[in-house]
Design a protein around this ligand. Structure first.
Ligand code: CO
Length: 139
């Protein structure tokens, strides 16, 4: 079952400035920070009193997935992350429905999450991530 929106992913080329602005203008609180070198991303998860988190993503260099996204599209909305308690089962179901999977099998994502992405073409131009918190995860 996909039970709700877990977070919204936003791409930025200046992580510190973006964090500062989200805190000042929206009252967001920094929840987690991470650098994932092999995925080429620095990330900050922001929490609001209610609702999904905002995951700010900055590239570690131009030749990374987020770096290429910024080159093509500029800063802004990057993906929507949906929460599931059965990532493997949902991937199998979605594949059966004809969804185009970026990740055929779950992989380790940010903040101790198991994740898998669906191609934007599957959901009308929106890169979509399925998220399952690992047991004992902070997220
Ligand atoms: Co995400």
């Amino acid at each position: 079952v996909i039970s709700g929106i877990h977070h919204l992913g936003v791409a930025t080329d200046d992580l510190a400035a973006t964090v500062s602005r989200y805190r000042r203008l929206l009252g967001a609180r920094v929840d987690h920070e991470a650098v994932v070198v092999d995925q080429g991303v620095r990330a900050v998860s922001l929490a609001m009193p209610e609702g999904p988190a905002v995951e700010l993503l900055a590239p570690t260099g131009p030749d990374t997935p987020v770096g290429r996204f910024l080159e093509r599209r500029g800063p802004g909305m990057h993906h929507v992350g949906y929460l599931t308690d059965d990532l493997l089962g949902e991937l199998a179901r979605l594949e059966g429905e004809g969804a185009e999977l970026v990740d055929a099998t779950p992989r380790s994502g940010l903040f101790g999450l198991q994740v898998a992405f669906l191609h934007p073409g599957t959901l009308h131009g929106v890169l979509t991530e399925l998220v399952q918190p690992e047991r004992g995860s902070v997220a």
